[in-house]
Design a protein around this ligand. Structure first.
Ligand SMILES: NC(=O)c1ccc[n+]([C@@H]2O[C@H](COP(=O)([O-])OP(=O)(O)OC[C@H]3O[C@@H](n4cnc5c(N)ncnc54)[C@H](O)[C@@H]3O)[C@@H](O)[C@H]2O)c1
Length: 362
């Protein structure tokens, strides 16, 4: 992949950092990266993760890691509320940044991050994992004019009761910013990232605030500070409508239902997404429903097998390294991250008011 290993570090040694660590461990084995450090305000967590990464040292702050280990790039795996400050500190020190999704806590922060990355000529890649995993882009041409899209991630009582996910201050929201952002981004990127014009939606927290019965264990309903359900729609330039439905907790007949659908005048594309399962044969296989020779037909990809989630993180890490070392163009641009964050902001603003939020001048 590269001539010399790229020095990488991880900031925030929690849940998702383990995925980044596994991907970097594999890339270290082939000499593409050298993992130099793991930083976490909780030093014991940094130490525990660093022990699994040969050569990596643990640090109690990003500043210490930047000064002492000098990484070329860092993975930002801290809660959303800290993405901006960590990315800014890393970029100012001259490091490239792979920042977990969502980009930040609001669009002002995402704009600042994008501007700084441009000014410092550093890579800023957002961890929108599914863009690396779905081989659907070329097939979108089969659909004709796309007029409607669906972005759906519903869990039957899948409220994460641990960590930060029900904490508005830490994450900026619940089901929409955590789950919805993945499917919104995938649908939007497959549509070619059209300009959002208006957004509107509603949030609910009925189950989160009243129940504690869930498939991921109980949660503290007294401290449930986010939405368990988000429903909304975005109108894009050209009067294309995207509907989004994201839920940590919904009374549905399956444990999880996750898909992206694009509806065009010549065909429709549906992509079921892998969820909690590591291997799922149906997931990530796009199917096109269309018309050929007077018949209605279904076309789907049967080979190669779709990547697992772990392979998705590896594809993402490989891409990050190629962007940093070989100058490959990021699959997610910082500007796209900012627009995505504007949609998130717009959604939450609209959910708190009675009007649709206008995102662009018509
Ligand atoms: N791509 C995905 O599918 C996916 C899945 C889960 C989480 N995430 C994202 O990953 C991020 C982290 O989520 P998580 O579940 O791993 O959280 P977590 O709570 O398990 O871990 C976060 C860690 O960051 C540390 N931390 C907090 N502030 C810090 C700072 N300023 N400097 C250094 N360390 C700091 C905490 O001590 C903690 O150990 C979130 O942005 C979340 O949205 C992405």
């Amino acid at each position: 992949m590269t001539e010399r290993p790229m020095k990488v570090g991880i900031v925030g040694a929690g849940n998702i950092a383990a995925r980044h660590a596994q991907a970097y461990r594999e890339l270290a084995e082939i000499g593409a990266v050298e993992v130099v450090g793991v930083a976490d305000l909780a030093l014991d967590r940094a130490e525990a993760l660093a022990r699994t990464l040969p050569g990596a040292r643990a640090y109690a702050s990003l500043g210490d890691m930047l000064r002492q280990a000098g990484p070329d790039g860092v993975s930002v795996c801290a809660p959303n509320a800290f993405h901006r400050e960590i990315a800014v500190e890393a970029l100012e020190a001259g490091a490239h940044v792979l920042c977990e999704k969502p980009p930040a806590i609001n669009a002002v922060q995402a704009e600042e991050m994008a501007a700084l990355a441009a000014a410092r000529e550093r890579v800023l890649l957002y961890g929108l994992l599914y863009r690396h995993m779905v081989p659907a882009r070329p097939f979108v041409e089969e659909l004709g004019r796309i007029y409607h899209a669906e972005a759906v991630w519903l869990r039957r009582r899948g409220i994460p009761g641990w960590g930060i996910y029900t904490d508005k201050e830490m994450q900026g929201g619940g089901a929409f910013i955590d789950l919805g952002v993945h499917v919104l981004d995938l649908a939007w990127s497959l549509m070619g990232c059209p300009r959002p014009m208006r957004i509107g939606g509603t949030t609910f927290a009925h189950i989160g605030r009243t129940s504690q019965v869930g498939l991921l264990g109980p949660w503290d309903r007294e401290r449930f500070g986010v939405e368990d359900t988000a429903v909304g729609a975005v109108m894009f330039e050209g009067e294309t409508r995207l509907e989004i439905h994201a839920a940590f907790a919904a009374n549905i007949p399956v444990n999880e239902q996750v898909y992206v659908g694009l509806n065009g005048d010549r065909g429709a594309l549906k992509i079921p997404l892998m969820t909690s399962q590591e291997v799922a044969t149906e997931a990530f296989r796009p199917t096109i429903y269309t018309e050929r020779h007077g018949h209605l037909i279904d076309m789907s990809i049967s080979e190669p097998l779709p990547p697992t989630v772990a392979q998705g993180f590896r594809l993402q890490a490989e891409h990050f390294v190629r962007c940093c070392v070989d100058g490959e163009q990021p699959i997610v641009t910082p500007e796209q991250g900012t627009v995505l964050q504007r949609m998130i902001d717009g959604f939450y603003a609209s959910a708190g008011s009675t009007d649709r939020v206008v995102l662009a001048d018509e």
